[in-house]
Design a protein around this ligand. Structure first.
Ligand code: ADP
Length: 321
């Protein structure tokens, strides 16, 4: 094998075949890289290989790299609810973890700037994001999902006084961070349907929205308001999730329905939108969430409803929307 062939083979391995074979022309070597498809590690490895490798190809005194400049657009899925406390953050964290287990390159943004909880839910409270070229670099969660939350940037409670534009700017910094070759961002929206939510949706154009509700009528009325915010802005509905549905007593096993039953599924039917599934009210889900151990990361029963919902979301995304 010549040195050039050897170099080409190395590049192919480093880039999963996305670098086209180098061509040697009058002492100038060109190679084409599909940069949009490369991770930062791959790009660094290629740069290192060019530094070490190219110089050892006899007769080569210049390397030209043709890069496809187009970046694959990062898809955003918004997880929203009409009001707080219904489990929107819990679902967002578990959805991100479950999607990443399905092989999706997914990141998580905690856009709930007034009450950020993702750093705790994902066990990444001790990590601080760095900035590179004025862009934030996401932190890695222990579950392999890169993420950013206001909880990583400000003291708890500090963002509470922020009004519209400031909150919107902070949010934009999280969403427009250096997400590398990420395909999908799960955005845990602030609860409610005010200006911050509306401008986020208008500016960042999610490809779809998941709405979370508990089964009570009042929560459902708020959920319907959230649905109309996305409809107004032409964001497609992926579907509705019913959280805290049915309580299984950990002692006697009896199942009761503290917030009623089936309300969200019926409401989804009335609105003509898909129903994605039901997550039971379970003490274990709360305990594990508080401990930074999202149930979807394991293989037991408490993670199952989250994994089933993630499969439906992945199928919806594969449908090309
Ligand atoms: P939101 O983001 O809508 O404000 P959270 O996800 O923070 O709601 O959930 C509010 C509280 O309810 C948290 O303490 C969380 O652990 C708990 N919780 C959420 N979903 C469940 C569930 N299915 N079973 C038990 N507790 C839950």
């Amino acid at each position: 094998m010549t040195q050039l062939e050897d170099f080409a083979a190395r590049l192919k391995t480093l880039t999963d075949g996305r670098a086209s074979a180098p061509r040697l022309k009058d002492g100038v070597m060109s190679l084409a890289l599909d940069v949009a498809g490369l991770s930062r590690e791959q790009r660094d490895a290629v740069a290192a290989a060019i530094r070490e490798g190219a110089l050892t190809v006899p007769g080569v005194d210049d390397v030209r790299i043709a890069m496809t400049a187009e970046r694959r657009p990062l898809k955003i899925v918004a997880v929203a609810s009409g009001k707080g406390g219904v489990g929107k953050s819990t679902l967002s964290a578990n959805l991100a973890v479950a999607l990443q287990r399905l092989g999706v390159k997914v990141g998580l943004v905690d856009a709930d700037i007034y009450g950020p909880s993702q750093a705790r839910l994902m066990g990444s409270e001790d990590r601080k994001p760095q900035a590179r070229d004025k862009q934030l670099v996401p932190v890695q969660s222990p579950f392999g999902v890169p993420m950013l939350s206001m909880g990583h940037l400000v003291e708890p409670g500090k963002a509470l006084a922020w009004r519209g534009p400031m909150a919107g700017n902070a949010l934009a910094q999280l969403i427009e961070a250096d997400w590398g070759d990420m395909e999908l961002l799960i955005v845990d929206m602030p609860p409610g349907t005010g200006d911050v939510q509306l401008s986020m949706v208008q500016k960042h154009k999610p490809v779809g929205a998941v709405i979370v509700s508990t089964p009570q009528d009042l929560a459902l009325i708020d959920a319907i308001r959230a649905v109309s915010l996305f409809e107004q802005t032409q964001v497609p509905m992926i579907g509705l999730v019913e959280n805290m549905a049915g309580y299984a007593c950990p002692h006697c096993g009896e199942v009761s329905d503290p917030f009623g039953q089936g309300g969200a599924e019926a409401a989804a039917g009335e609105m003509g939108m898909p129903f994605l599934g039901r997550i039971p009210l379970a003490i274990d889900i709360r305990r594990r969430s508080d401990a930074g151990d999202p149930p979807a990361a394991g293989d037991d029963a408490h993670g199952a409803p989250f994994r089933a919902i993630a499969e439906k979301v992945a199928a919806w995304l594969r449908g090309g929307r």
